[in-house]
Design a protein around this ligand. Structure first.
Ligand SMILES: [Zn+2]
Ligand SMILES: [Zn+2]
Length: 260
C-alpha cells in the first residue's frame, strides 16, 4: 500500500498574504509563510483523490506538476468558499474526455453546492456548450468505496454545520472542525500521519479547534506525526514550530508525505 499526500495549500480562508497585503504575525522572509487555501492531492495505490477545490486550485496543481491526472474522486470537506470555489476548474477534466467528474460531499453541503453552482450539475442554456459536468455522491460518517479503494469518512462539527474529514490508508485530513464525533475518532485510530486544522493559540473559537484542543486530540490518537493546516496569519511558521511538541509541525504549501 502506498500513499502520497501533497499539501496543495495550508492557509486560512484568505491565504497569506491576503489580497490587501496583510500577513499578520507571519515573517514573509520565510517562504513557508506564503500559504494558499487548504486542499490536498492524495495518490493512493495508483488512484488519485482531490480533497476540496480551493480558489487557488489551478495554480496549486500547476505548481506541484499535478496538472494532468484526473482525480478518481473529489472529496469535499464542506462548502465554505475557501474549500470549494475552485469547483469550476473541474470543467477541465470533463472536457478532456467528456466524462462527468465524481464529487463526494455531505448532503447539507451538496445541496449548497447545487444551489450555488447549479449549471455545473444541471447544465444550462445550450446543452451542447454548457453540459452537466459533475456526478454528485452524498456521503456521511462511515466507509466509502471509491475506485476500488476504501476511504473512511469522518463526521465533525464546524459551528452549526457538519464537516467531513477523510482517512486514506494511514493518513487522515481533518480541516475546519470544532469537534470530531466519537465514531470519527474511532475511525482515526491507528493513523500514522494526521493533518489537522488549528484556528488560534489559546482563544476559544465557536467553529474551529484551537491549539490546546488539537494537542489533546493528538494525544488521544496516540500522538501520530501531526501537521497543522488551515493556518491563519496568527501563526508564523517558525514560532508555531517552536511552540509545538516535536511530533507536531506546521504544514507548508508543497509539503509531501509518503507512506509505504
Ligand atoms: Zn476553511
Ligand atoms: Zn469552514
Amino acid at each position: 500500500m502506498t500513499t502520497k499526500l501533497t499539501v496543495l495549500g495550508c492557509g486560512g480562508s484568505l491565504g497569506i498574504p491576503n489580497v490587501a497585503g496583510r500577513h499578520g504575525n507571519c515573517d514573509m522572509s520565510n517562504p513557508r509563510n506564503f500559504r494558499t487555501r487548504t486542499s490536498a492531492w492524495v495518490a493512493h495505490n495508483g488512484k488519485n483523490f482531490l480533497i476540496d477545490t480551493s480558489p487557488d486550485m489551478r495554480s496549486q496543481l500547476l505548481r506541484e506538476n499535478l496538472a494532468g491526472p484526473r482525480p478518481d474522486a473529489v472529496l469535499y470537506t464542506h462548502s465554505h468558499a475557501d474549500h470549494c470555489h475552485g469547483i469550476e476548474e473541474l470543467r477541465a477534466y470533463y472536457w478532456s474526455n467528456e466524462t462527468q467528474v465524481d464529487i463526494y460531499a455531505h448532503p447539507f453541503h451538496m445541496a449548497d453546492l447545487k444551489k450555488r453552482f447549479d449549471y455545473l450539475f444541471y447544465g444550462s442554456g445550450n446543452q451542447d456548450l454548457y453540459r452537466p459536468i459533475l456526478r454528485p455522491h452524498e456521503i456521511g460518517q462511515g466507509k466509502l468505496s471509491v475506485a476500488g479503494e476504501e476511504i473512511a469518512v469522518i463526521e465533525m462539527t464546524h459551528g452549526d454545520m457538519p464537516c467531513l474529514g477523510y482517512r486514506i490508508g494511514a493518513v487522515a485530513w481533518t480541516t475546519d472542525y470544532k469537534a470530531i464525533s466519537p465514531a470519527g475518532l474511532a475511525a482515526l485510530a491507528g493513523i500514522k500521519v494526521w493533518f489537522t486544522a488549528v484556528a488560534d493559540w489559546d482563544v476559544p473559537h465557536p467553529s474551529h479547534a484551537i491549539l490546546p484542543e488539537v494537542l489533546d486530540l493528538c494525544e488521544q490518537l496516540g500522538n501520530p506525526r501531526t501537521y497543522l493546516i488551515h493556518l491563519n496569519p496568527r501563526f508564523d511558521y517558525a514560532k508555531l514550530d517552536a511552540m509545538t511538541p516535536p511530533h507536531v509541525t506546521p504544514a507548508h504549501d508543497g509539503l509531501i508525505v509518503e507512506l509505504e
